[in-house]
Design a protein around this ligand. Sequence first.
Ligand code: LFR
Length: 487
Amino acid sequence: ADVTRHIAIDLGASSGRVALGTLQDSRLSVDVVHRFPNGALARADGLYWNVTELWREVLHGLRLAARQGPVDSVGVDSWAVDYALLDEQGQLLDGVRHYRDPRTDGVMEDLLRTVPRETLYEHTGIQFLPFNTVYQLVAQQRRSPDLLARTRALLLVPDLLHYWLSGRRVAERTNASTTQLYDPRQGDWSAPVLQACGLPAQLLPPIVAPGSDLGEVCPELAHDTGLRGTRVIAPATHDTASAVAAVPASGPDWAYVSSGTWSLVGVETPAPVISPRALQHNLTNEAGIHGTTRLLKNVMGLWIVQECRRAWGELDFAALYADAAQVPAHGPLIDPDDLRFLPPGTDMPLRVQTFCAQTGQSVPQTPAQITRCILESLACKTAEVLEELEAVTGRAIRTVHVVGGGSQIALLNRLIADAAQRTVVAGPVEATLMGNLLVQAEARGRIPVGKLRETVRASVTLETFVPGPTPTQRARFARVRAATPAP
Ligand code: LFR
């Protein structure tokens, strides 16, 4: 039978992977050939990503993957919003800042004093988050205007890696849409937003669709890695867009949770939903594949557990979640989206405890109790967002597909099913890799157009969680949120 191989490079906030995907008989198998840690690199002047180190790890992974035979195509996805600035020669002008870098503190609020919230939302449909590219650029412009003046091109992280692989500078649409500088109705960068924010438009490369062919891996790299004749295909370069592309759903009444460092809770819609109600709920309209819209909300996600674990000395995650499952239900809750949980810090357990104390609840003490508190809160928040999505779209949601690393946490799946009173279907864990690979395969004509989800369903086993009797915590969650003092 016809066999083709594709490589997905997926960079996450806590780890990166290089995976070899093999397509045979309309099934996709995924082999992670190289996994490496990622995280914020702290310097006196702020938080960065170590892109040089990431690139070294990627090259290592590519060499390993190429050993297994000819590779048809390769593509990169990563987290959103962060960017590199290139000079005339294509050299990096500065480090790549981490979206949790504090230089954006207060910038969004400040900008919204001159550019009305409604205007910004009308043009972009994007959730107001302090780290969106637009606020990062405004912060950068204010601190070092000379830097942007010397910049010839701005590339988001996956676009940067595609540039290094192929020599082509483009902005792939799904990730470009997260910047809050992109107009999803026009399908292009928003001139009015750029102008209102005082940002130069000529730095932004042309937008290309997911599935665009960027040419062959450049000769030096082909030689170094063994990827001879391999095409560079931009997948849905926003990791969440790749994950959503691989949600194994069928029918109209489902939502997804892309569960990892962040929980992205949303639905797929045929067009952007930019309405006063969507703005009121601060929902985002990010671009998906095939011209779809990912109407979703960023929920703080497992980040809070990850930071706690760092403080606790790197306990085993599986053991931690198993212990949390033993903690009695209906304990204290936090609002996971409270901005106090956004910055990194080894005081994360203390922040959780302080939140509980300030809202008049019992204070969780052990790692298991704190983890339980975070997971129950994430489940309640997920349920709340599902209700908002129903209200905004007028569409009922019956099934919730949880995909990504977090879909392995049985306790969390169960808590979501209970809080949301909806069936949870968990898996695949590797949704992002699968979505990345399948967009490439589709672009290369290796699977029929529009058969991504079908291929995923044929390739994985899923687990179903049915809701228990009543969503008790869900009502308490609303009261806790109402009682939260400003940070
Ligand atoms: C998830 C994700 C989210 C984005 C956040 C920051 O990995 O891409 O979708 O909002 O990271 O970039």
